[in-house]
Design a protein around this ligand. Structure first.
Ligand code: AMP
Length: 284
């Protein structure tokens, strides 16, 4: 039997009764197959699976899409039921932030100021603050996050390590539509034309991946060539960075890299990324 908890008391009661290893998947609702894959991974490795559905106002800037973000609670619950979720925690903002905007927040530091953080100031402090609260409230053994939001995943890992949260953070690869578009709740905003144009992002990443053995400059060149050929994609950033420091890798670099892109298509801001190995492996 699935429990739907709306209050802290409901959640505490469900958590106290939860058997074995507990896994949590945190979401903002408008669930899709990407979220379902996180749940399935949790289901495979945990005895109790908790999904949180909370549209966190703290991580949206004043000019961002909080008001129009899709709200599909009934369909979200149906997906959770289908995937065998034990507890759905769906609090309102008054439950998560009973005193209004929290005066004290978790700071993402330098890693929160680059890439997404540069375009969305304060975003990662808002993410970390709610993730910290939800980790305290759900008290899981493991929490599952998508590689789709690579910078978020990295910063959450750092918070859990730096601040001794003591739970495992597990990554799940990006789930894509059959044509390659990364699944996202924001894909619902795309018109049929936008939807076609949006494929440029994954094509750009694929071109970068195909050039990976030739080194960093080749990756950047190949990925950029695809993006600039599509005038309807307004590029925010396209970077090849080290996956831990998020700093640009130098031309001579070989090793793990993260090719990451953010762009506006129509009225929708999309992000995607590809982890890759840059350069040729040296002699063993
Ligand atoms: P969101 O509801 O967009 O905040 O996402 C909740 C969680 O689902 C985050 O850990 C995301 O990284 C993850 N997620 C979103 N889209 C995908 C996807 N296409 N593949 C894998 N994970 C995803």
């Amino acid at each position: 039997m699935q429990i739907v908890a709306r209050t802290r008391a409901d959640l505490a009661a469900a958590r106290a009764a939860a058997p074995g290893r507990v896994g949590v998947v945190m979401t903002m609702g408008a669930l899709h197959e990407g979220h379902a894959e996180l749940v399935r991974e949790a289901r495979r490795t945990c005895d109790t699976v908790i999904v949180t559905i909370f549209l966190n106002p703290l991580q949206f800037g004043p000019a961002e899409d909080l008001a129009r973000y899709p709200r599909t609670f009934d369909a979200d619950l149906a997906l959770c039921t289908r995937e065998g979720v034990d507890v759905v925690f769906a609090p309102g903002p008054d439950v998560v932030y009973p005193d209004g905007d929290p005066g004290v927040r978790v700071s993402a530091g330098r890693l929160g100021e680059v890439l997404e953080g540069r375009s969305r100031p304060g975003h990662f402090d808002g993410v970390l603050t709610v993730v910290a609260k939800l980790l305290h409230l759900t008290h899981p053994d493991a929490a599952y996050f998508g590689q789709k939001d690579a910078q978020q995943l990295l910063i959450i890992r750092r918070m859990v390590r730096d601040l001794d949260f003591g739970c495992e953070i597990l990554a799940v690869p990006t789930v894509r539509e059959p044509d390659g578009l990364a699944m996202s709740s924001r894909n619902r905003y795309l018109t049929p034309l936008d939807r076609e144009v949006a494929l440029t992002l994954v094509r750009s990443l694929r071109a970068g991946e195909a050039a990976a053995a030739e080194g960093a400059s080749a990756v950047r060149r190949a990925a950029r060539a695809v993006l600039v050929a599509e005038p309807l994609v307004l590029v925010d950033y396209l970077v090849l960075v080290h996956p831990e420091s998020l700093e640009d890798v130098p031309e001579w670099y070989s090793g793990p890299g993260l090719l990451a892109v953010a762009a506006r298509v129509g009225t929708t801001r999309l992000i995607d990324n590809a982890p890759l190995t840059v350069g040729r492996p040296g002699p063993a």
